[in-house]
Design a protein around this ligand. Structure first.
Ligand code: IPE
Ligand code: IPE
Ligand code: MG
Length: 251
């Protein structure tokens, strides 16, 4: 057996709680609400409502499975391109769900964090979100990160800008900028390393989601539309993940 060479570069951290088989951090691109509604002759809003139900189920199932962190892509920075009526339906849904779910999330020991810039949302929604984050801040059973007005490129641009400002102020040298320094400036700073990205609805793209964080994540694309996703579908995804061999460039 060859021993560890002194100059082996740092290995990406292994995943967190639950052992090797359970991913420490799962992120989901919840896609297909519109197609789900269309297939039933329903308005898109009905698809989003059913999608919120699916999210509720999946949050519970992830907690029960021992996933340490679950990230849900709820609204991208590009989703502002949708018609105003759809955006306002989504904001209404967010209002409703925070109101209805906050108590039980809190009771279940779930800590809520936000990725992206939710301050661009209507003031009352932004305030509700801040309240929910503050109320659940000390919880530790699972972290639920919701990506709201999130875009990975904007996140990286902001990180670069902050590091440039600190270099200009002589707080750091350009040579100090490494993986860890960049990671510390991302919205995901402090969250466990990303292990698994799931996208529903049969689309095979990342749509500006966690581009840096997904560098060595396992990617799983499933055909099921998001409103049809549930605890069983999540458990299936986790078992698919458990069968994957991760190499991180080694052998
Ligand atoms: C995902 O479903 C929800 C959001 C992006 C907010 P879509 O609304 O994108 O549904 P499709 O892709 O049109 O079916
Ligand atoms: C990605 O889905 C964003 C969310 C799920 C919130 P989209 O439906 O917006 O992505 P594209 O437009 O198909 O790439
Ligand atoms: Mg879509």
């Amino acid at each position: 057996v060859i021993g560890k060479a002194a100059n082996v570069p740092p290995q990406p951290e292994q995943s967190g709680a639950g052992g090797d088989q359970i991913p420490g951090h799962v992120a989901i691109i919840m896609d297909g609400n519109g197609r789900w509604a269309k297939a039933r002759g329903l308005p898109r809003a009905a698809g989003h409502r059913q999608g919120a139900e699916a999210a509720r189920k999946v949050i519970r199932a992830a907690g029960e499975a021992g996933v340490q962190c679950l990230t849900l892509y709820a609204f991208s920075s590009e989703n502002w391109r949708r018609p105003e009526t759809e955006i306002s339906d989504l904001m209404g849904l967010l209002r409703f769900y925070i109101g209805a779910e906050l108590n039980s999330l809190h009771k279940e020991g779930i800590r809520l964090v936000i990725l992206g810039d939710h301050k661009a949302f209507p003031a009352d929604v932004a305030k509700m979100v801040d309240g929910a984050v503050a109320r659940t801040a000390a919880n530790s059973r699972m972290t639920l990160a919701i990506a709201l007005n999130y875009g990975s490129r904007a996140e990286l641009v902001n990180a670069a800008r902050r590091l440039a400002e600190r270099a200009k102020a002589d707080e750091i040298a350009p040579a100090d900028i490494n993986d860890a320094a960049i990671e510390a400036e991302l919205d995901t700073a402090g969250l466990p390393p990303l292990d698994l990205v799931i996208r529903t609805s049969g689309e095979h793209r990342l749509s500006n989601f966690l581009l840096w964080q997904a560098a060595y994540a396992e990617l799983l694309f499933v055909d099921r539309l998001w409103p049809d996703f549930d605890g069983d579908a999540l458990r299936e995804a986790l078992s698919e993940y458990a069968g994957r061999e991760r190499r991180f460039g080694g052998r």
